[in-house]
Design a protein around this ligand. Structure first.
Ligand code: ZN
Length: 293
C-alpha cells in the first residue's frame, strides 16, 4: 500500500515528508503505456507533488499542479495532486527511450531537457497562486529543491526515485522532502547537511527495505522525530463522461457536425488517466443540440 508520512524534529526547526508510491507509479505507467524513463520522470513528479500538496494545500477543494516543460524528447510532464492523497498525471511523449547516462540509471534529466517548472496552487480564490523557475537539471528532485529555494524561500532538500525493471514493472518508487524553518540554528543546519550526505539514494533505501518512516529516521538521525500521521496515497482521476461531454459541447455545432458526418463512433481519452469514452453519432447529435453556433 502506498502512503506518505509527515514529521517534525529539533523543536519544529525541521519538517519532513516521505512517501512510498510504487503501486501508484505502476498504475500510471500502465494507464499511459510509458517507457521506463518516462515512468521514472512521471513517478518522481507524482511522488513530489503528493508531498507538496500535503504540505502546502489547506482546504478540502484545493489542488496543486506541477507542469514541467522541457526541450527534451519527453516534451513535458503534467501532474495534479489534492489534499487527500490523490494524484494524476501524464507525460507528453510516453514512448521515449534514451541510453542510460550512468549504467543502471535512467536518464530522466536527458529526457526532460532544459526548460521550466511551474507550480500552480488552486486554493479556491479567483486567481491561482503560480510560481515558476528554470529547471535545475530536469532530474525532478533537484528542480523541486530549486523551486522551494527560489519561489518559496524555504531551504529544502528533495530526494525522489523510481526503479523500473526492463520489463517496465516498477520495483520501487518514493521520496522525501526535508525543510528548514526560518528559525533553524546553525547547529541544526549543519547536522542535517551531514545526515543528507550520509544517506543512500532513495531507490537504494527502498530496495533495502526501508519504509517512509525509516527514511525519515535516517535523514533526521540524532533528533527525536515527532511523527504527525500518515495518509494513504493513490493514482486517482476525477474525470467523468459528463465532463467529456461538456468539453465536446464547447467545440460548437459546426465542429460536432464534422464529427457526425464521419458517421462512426468516436473515442476520446482522458489525458490524465487514459480512460476512454466513446460517442455514437446519435450521442453527438444530442450534444450538438446543446452546443452554440
Ligand atoms: Zn481521467
Amino acid at each position: 500500500m502506498d502512503y506518505l508520512v509527515r514529521a517534525t524534529a529539533a523543536d519544529l526547526q525541521i519538517r519532513a515528508f516521505a512517501v512510498t508510491s510504487k503501486e501508484l507509479v505502476e498504475q500510471a505507467g500502465q494507464a499511459h503505456q510509458t517507457s521506463p524513463v518516462a515512468t521514472a520522470a512521471l513517478g518522481r513528479t507524482m511522488s513530489g507533488a503528493l508531498m507538496m500538496a500535503d504540505s502546502m494545500l489547506k482546504n478540502e477543494e484545493d489542488v496543486m499542479t506541477i507542469q514541467i516543460n522541457g526541450d527534451g524528447p519527453l516534451g513535458g510532464i503534467v501532474v495534479t495532486a489534492d489534499h487527500h492523497g490523490h494524484v494524476k498525471g501524464y507525460v507528453h511523449q510516453p514512448e521515449v527511450y534514451l541510453p542510460d547516462k550512468i549504467k543502471g540509471h535512467l536518464d530522466v534529466g536527458g529526457a526532460v531537457g532544459k526548460g521550466t517548472l511551474t507550480v500552480i496552487r488552486d486554493m479556491g480564490m479567483k486567481d491561482p497562486y503560480v510560481g515558476q523557475i528554470e529547471l535545475a537539471s530536469g532530474e525532478i528532485g533537484d528542480d523541486l529543491t530549486s523551486y522551494f529555494a527560489v519561489s518559496e524561500q524555504i531551504p529544502s532538500s528533495v530526494g525522489l526515485g523510481v526503479l523500473v525493471a526492463p520489463d517496465r514493472h516498477v520495483l520501487q518508487a518514493g521520496g522525501f522532502i526535508v525543510q528548514l524553518m526560518p528559525f533553524a540554528s546553525e547547529e541544526t543546519i549543519s547536522r542535517l547537511e551531514e545526515n543528507l550526505k550520509k544517506i543512500d539514494p532513495v531507490t537504494e533505501m527502498l530496495q533495502n527495505g526501508l519504509s517512509p518512516e525509516d527514511m525519515l529516521e535516517k535523514i533526521l538521525d540524532g533528533w527525536n522525530v515527532e511523527r504527525n500521521g500518515r495518509t494513504e496515497v493513490s493514482f486517482s482521476c476525477d474525470c467523468s463522461r459528463e465532463r467529456v461531454e461538456r468539453a465536446l459541447i464547447l467545440l460548437g455545432k459546426k465542429e460536432i457536425g464534422g464529427l457526425i458526418r464521419e458517421g462512426k463512433e468516436i473515442e476520446l481519452g482522458c489525458s490524465f488517466c487514459g480512460k476512454k469514452y466513446s460517442f455514437t453519432p446519435e450521442d453527438l447529435l444530442r450534444l450538438q443540440a446543446e452546443a452554440h453556433e
